[in-house]
Structure formats: C-alpha cells, structure tokens
Design a protein around this ligand. Structure first.
Ligand code: ADP
Length: 702
C-alpha cells in the first residue's frame, strides 16, 4: 500500500503491507517498484470516507426536506393570508351592519321621543287656537326635518283625532292612516294592550310601516299617536354613504321579501353577507347587508407572486448548486487521481526531484532524492542553504550557482556538480533546473531533477581505460610497422657515425696533422647520434602507456617536434613533405602525445594513400592556421594527392577495425577522432580539388 501525505503535499511515504510482502515472497525477484505499480491504493479524504459510510443520497436529504418545507410554508402563507383577509372583510361587514342597525334604531327612537313630546303637548295644551297653530307648525317642521316620516296623527283619550300631518297629498293614504288611527283608538280603550306600541307593515307604491304608540301619564292613557315611515327614505337617511358605496343594504320582512333597498356601489356579490334583526314593536324586520367586494384572489396577490418567484429562484439555484457541486466533485476526483498518479510516478522515479521556493528553501523532495543524499525528508524539508548534502569543498560553487538561480539564470543543458551523502561519501550529480510557475503564471520557485551519475562516471572511466588500452595497442601495432623502418632509419645515422668514427680513427692514425679536422668530424657524429636518439625518444614517448595530460601547447612546436618521425615515414615512401604553419599561433590546451599520435596517424594514412602514384605527385602538405570560419579555433590540415576516398569507404571510415590495408588495424581514424573530440574539436575529411584527400581537424584556442 502506498500512502501519500496530501496534507503537506510535499512528502510521500512508501509502506509495503503484509499482503504485498506475501505477494513479493510468492513472486521472487519482484521489486518494490513493481509492487507499487499494482498495489497502489489512492488515499481517502475525510469527505470520501463520510460518503462511503453513508448512502450517497443522504447528505442531500436534509437540504431537500428543508427546501420542501420552505416551499410548503411559502405556499401556505398566501392561502392563510387570503383566508385572513376574507375573515377580516366579513368581520368588518358585521361591525358595519351593527353600526347601521344602531343608526336605524337610534333614528326611530329619536323620532319616537320627538313625537311623544309633541303629542304630549298637543294633548295637554289645546285651549287656544294659537297654541294649536303652533303645535301644528311644529309637527310640520318635524315632518319636513325627518324625511322618512310620511304622516303622523295624534289622538286623545276620547278617540278624537287631535292632529294630523302628512307629506302625501293622496286622500286614500290619509284615509288609510285614519283607519289605522281608529284601530289606535280601539287600542287606547283596550285595557289589556294599553301600554303596547305596535308597528305594522304596509305595502303600496312604497313599502312603509305604521307605528302606533300610546301616550300615558302615570298609567293613565292620554291618547295615542301614529307615525308612518317610508322604509326607503329611512334607509337613505340612516345609512351613511360610505357604507352604501361598498354594500347593498336592504330591509326584509319575515318572509324575506325586500321592502327597501339601497345599493350605491352596485349589486352585492353574495360573498360577504350579514343579517341583523331589527326588533320593532310587534314587527320583525331584517337588515340584510351584501358586500359588493369579491373574494380576495389568490394569484393576484403580490405575496403569492413573490412566493412563486422566490420558490422558482430557490429551486433553480439549488439545481445549479447541485450541478456545480457534482462538477466540482468530478473535478476533485480527477485531480485526486492525477495527484495519485503523479505521486506514484514520482515515487517510482530513480531521478531525484527537488522543489525550492524563491528564497531557496526546500519545499519538496521525492523518495529517490532522500535515498540519494541519505537524509530523511523531515531533516531537510523547509531548510535554507547551506544544505547538509553540499560538499564543503564545493560550497563556493553552490553559492555561485544559487546566486545565479536567484537572478533567474538557468542552464537548460544542466550542470554537473558533487553532492555529499549523509555518511560523507561524495558522488557526482547532473542537475537540471526549471522554473516552478503557479496557476496565475507567477514563478514561485525552482524545480530540479537530480541524476546520480556515479555509475555513468564509472562507465566512462572504464571506457576511457579501454580506449587507452586500444590506443596503446594501436601504438604498438604502429610501432610494429615502424620497427623495420626504424631499423632502416637508425641504420643511416649509426652507419654514418660508424663511418665518421672510422674516418676519425684513420685520420689520427695516418696523419696526426689532420687532427685539426677531428672536431668537425666528431660534431657530425654527435649530430647523427642526436638524430638517432630523437628518433628513439619519439618512439618511446609514442609507445609509453600514460595518463592523458592537457597543458598549453603551441601547435608549431608540436609539428616541429613530430616532423622527424613524419619525415622518417615519408622518406621511406619517397614522399616529399611541405609545411605551412602560421607563425604566432595561439596556444591550445591539449595532450601533446595524443596530438602527436593524431598527426602521425593522419600523415601515415596520407603517405599510404600516395603509394601508387607518380613520384612527382607524392607531395604531403601539412598546414596549420587560424580557422577561417571560427576565429577561436586553429585548423590543422593534412593534404595528400592520393587515390581519394570513395563514398563506400567514407561511410565506414571511422568505424573501428575498418581497413582497406592488408595489414591495417583499422583503429587509427577512430582513435584520432576520439582524441580530437576529447579536446573539444572535430575531425573531418573532404576531397582535395587537386586530387587526393584533405583530412583536417580543429582545436579550440585555450
Ligand atoms: P588503417 O590505417 O589501419 O587501415 P585507419 O583507421 O587509419 O586504419 O584508416 C582506415 C581506412 O581509411 C584505411 O584503410 C584507408 O582505406 C582509409 N584512409 C585513411 N586515410 C586515407 C587517405 N588519406 N586517403 C585514402 N584513404 C584513406
């Protein structure tokens, strides 16, 4: 199992659990890295573990229930508001109807009192005509002030009509009233009903009621009076206009027959209605009110519209939120997968990874880096330079590089340096740096990949040693070839020495006077001996196995030193050598012996190539001058006039052991190229326009 520390985002830990150990045992040879490949388990975030413990839909239940409750309450509220409004209207109607009833009764009562007082006076003060006229005028005024009263009559105890007043001119009405009055007179004499007032409904052109009231004084009947009310006028007078505007008001009899009606605001809607009994003496009238208002509409209600809009908005936002959360969850899942994949990849890398912030503080390292330097992550993460894995002797270099990095300068091709393990062991590393950029495009630090190149270096050393061996072998082979030429060449100075010494002895023996010639002869001997010694020294240097040593070197001197050996070969093949070396050439940093070997190889090949051509063409040219294309390089050319190199041979030219010569080793050019490249130069060949081949190599100036 691999557990990753997501909290810090920096460290990773690898644990092999029992299962994997078992699987490792069953499959011998399986490495930990391959275990990682198939046994990796993604880490569980707290959120994920909650989701796994409960059904996926559960976290959604509570908000959904709450939202449904909210919507239900929102829908219930307007309904309740409508109901309350209806109740309020009904209650208002009842209160107004009560008020109207009181107003009607008050009007009737006031009329009754006024009439009673008038009747009382009429019955008591009837002596003079003036008084009678006054009372008549008062009764008229009363009638004109109270429009609802159609007529009134006053009777005395003797059933005589004392006063009659009416605003109707029709005789029939008066007669009717008088008849009623007769009944009143009867009423006065009726001892049982003497105190009882009566109201009677009368239907006609206009519905009216006739009320009869006894006039009593200390239980003695003085008479009675009758009054006739026009019901329509009563309604018109007693009901205020604002009430009539909103309601249809009617007075009905006990059979629900409408006697009078007032409806200023139009007919009632039969939605809000109320009935009040108006109890008159021996007559029951009903005050019926019917509101012109219609029932409150549910949907026109602003509240309802707001509720519907709010609910729709809420639902929409919930759905949007749900989608957004789903999208985020999916993205989080993908991200987690990606992080796990990358973490597993980083853990399985053999390349060390290291992240640093802009101050150089270590913010992340992978297990491979920890293994490389031998420090646990907790010991180095968060540290600022100098780092514990810096080798003390290279601290100046690290600091210089670090300063460069802080200025933003990186070497894209990487650089080599040395690190120190926790146990003090030094090891070479190759480091590549690249900037760490966050999601806003701002650089937050540096990411480095570090390669432990100890093994590579060891392999390079082995290869170098093998090459050295090959060089040595090649030198030996060349020596073998040269041995016979050497023998021949050394023969010449030795034979000359021998002849000179014999001549000298002869001179001394034959004529001592000629002894003066001896120094010249001996000088010749010395010269020949020096030449032989130089040849032998060159060969010795050439064959000697040695370490490569680079030192400042003058090319002209090098060519001068090697010239005897070149000429030795050239003379043997009757080749004439021409030198064209630019004076004052700058020095190069090179290994003298390697370059001599290169020159010897190339010149020997050139001499070999001119073996079968006409003697006058056997010209070997050795040129050395500054490169025309690159002034920081010296170009050395070996030019022959031989057979040239065909394309087939050119393709194989630098391959090891490729040779067209019966006794050739085929290593010469290969070694030459390696040696030149080792010095940072390059070896090439091209056809000589005058026939033959030009081999040339460049060397960088020191
Ligand atoms: P060797 O000299 O032992 O054959 P080299 O690697 O020096 O090995 O040369 C390989 C081959 O390249 C030679 O056998 C020869 O055929 C060809 N070669 C080298 N130099 C020349 C030259 N100057 N002209 C023509 N052929 C050449």
């Amino acid at each position: 199992m691999v557990s990753l520390d997501y909290a810090s985002g920096r460290t990773a830990q690898t644990i092999v659990d029992n299962h994997n150990v078992a699987s490792k045992v069953q499959t011998p040879g399986l490495t930990l890295k391959s275990c990682l490949d198939f046994s990796y388990t993604a880490p569980m975030s707290p959120f994920t573990s909650i989701l796994r413990r409960y059904p996926a839909s559960l976290p959604w239940m509570l908000p959904i229930v709450l939202v449904l409750l909210f919507v239900a309450v929102l829908l219930w509220l307007p309904w309740q508001a409508q109901k309350m409004e209806a109740n309020e209207r009904q209650e208002q109607l009842i209160a107004d109807t009560l008020w109207v009833e009181q107003s009607l009764l008050f009007q009737l009562k006031r009329n009754e009192e006024n009439l009673f007082s008038l009747a009382h006076e009429v019955l008591q003060k009837k002596e003079t005509q003036t008084e009678r006229d006054n009372l008549q005028a008062r009764s008229k005024l009363l009638l004109s002030n109270s429009h609802e009263i159609l007529s009134l009559q006053i009777w005395n105890a003797q059933q005589q009509l004392i006063l009659s007043q009416s605003d109707t001119d029709t005789q029939s009405e008066i007669t009717k009233d008088l008849q009623q009055g007769t009944q009143v007179a009867e009423l006065i004499h009726d001892g049982n009903r003497i105190n009882v007032a009566q109201c009677v409904k009368q239907s006609g052109a206009q519905d009216t009621i006739l009320c009869r009231f006894p006039i009593l004084q200390e239980k003695t009947s003085l008479g009675a009076f009758t009054v006739r009310y026009r019901l329509q006028t009563l309604l018109d007078e007693a009901v205020p206009w604002w009430f009539a505007q909103d309601n249809e008001i009617s007075l009905q009899d006990s059979d629900e027959q409408t006697l009078a009606k007032r409806s200023a605001g139009g007919p009632g809607k039969h939605i809000y209605t109320h009935n009040r009994q108006i109890e008159l003496p021996q007559l029951n009238l009903t005050l019926h009110t019917d509101s012109t208002k219609s029932a409150p509409k549910l949907l026109s209600n602003l509240l309802v519209v707001s509720v519907v809009l709010l609910s729709a908005g809420l639902l929409w936002s919930l759905i949007a939120l749900w989608r957004d959360i789903n999208r985020r969850l999916r993205a989080e899942g993908a991200l987690r997968k990606e992080v796990a994949f990358r973490a597993a990849m980083e853990n399985s890398l053999i390349t060390g990874l290291r992240a640093r912030d802009m101050e150089g503080r270590l913010t992340y390292i992978n297990p491979s880096f920890c293994a490389m330097v031998g420090y646990p992550p907790e010991d180095i993460i968060g540290r600022l330079p100098p780092m514990p894995y810096w080798a003390p002797e290279a601290i100046a270099e690290y600091e210089q590089r670090f300063a460069q990095i802080l200025t933003g300068t990186v070497q894209p091709e990487g650089f080599e340096t040395i690190y120190q393990r926790a146990n003090g062991e030094r090891f070479p590393v190759l480091i590549y740096e690249s900037p760490l950029v966050d999601e806003h495009g701002t650089q937050t630090g540096w990411m480095s990949s570090i390669l432990d190149i100890s093994e590579l270096k060891r392999a390079q050393e082995r290869s170098r040693q093998q090459e050295e061996k090959l060089h040595a072998n090649a030198r030996l082979a060349t020596m073998g070839e040269m041995a016979s030429m050497l023998a021949h060449e050394l023969n010449q100075p030795l034979a000359a020495i021998s002849s000179y010494t014999t001549g000298a002895i002869n001179l001394l023996n034959e004529d001592p006077k000629d002894a003066a010639l001896l120094p010249a002869v001996l000088d010749k001997v010395r010269q020949q001996a020096q030449r032989a010694g130089q040849v032998i020294r060159s060969v010795h240097e050439f064959v000697k196995k040695r370490e490569v040593e680079r030192a400042p070197l003058n090319i002209a001197t090098l060519i001068h030193n090697i010239a005897p050996l070149i000429e030795l070969q050239a003379q043997h093949a009757q080749v004439h050598v021409h030198y064209q070396v630019e004076p004052q050439l700058p020095e190069v940093l090179a290994d003298k012996v390697l370059l001599e070997q290169v020159l010897l190889n190339l010149t020997r090949n050139a001499i070999d190539a001119m073996q079968d051509i006409a003697a006058e063409c056997k010209q070997l040219q050795i040129h050395a001058h500054l490169s025309f294309t690159r002034t920081d390089q010296i170009l050395i050319q070996i030019i022959d006039h031989g057979a040239g190199i065909s394309d087939d041979i050119a393709a194989e030219l630098f391959s090891p052991f490729f040779s067209t010569k019966p006794e050739g080793m085929g290593m010469g050019l290969n070694i030459c190229r390696t040696a030149i490249e080792f010095h940072g130069g390059s070896l090439q060949h091209r056809a000589n326009p005058e026939g033959g081949t030009i081999f040339e190599f460049s060397l960088p100036i020191q």
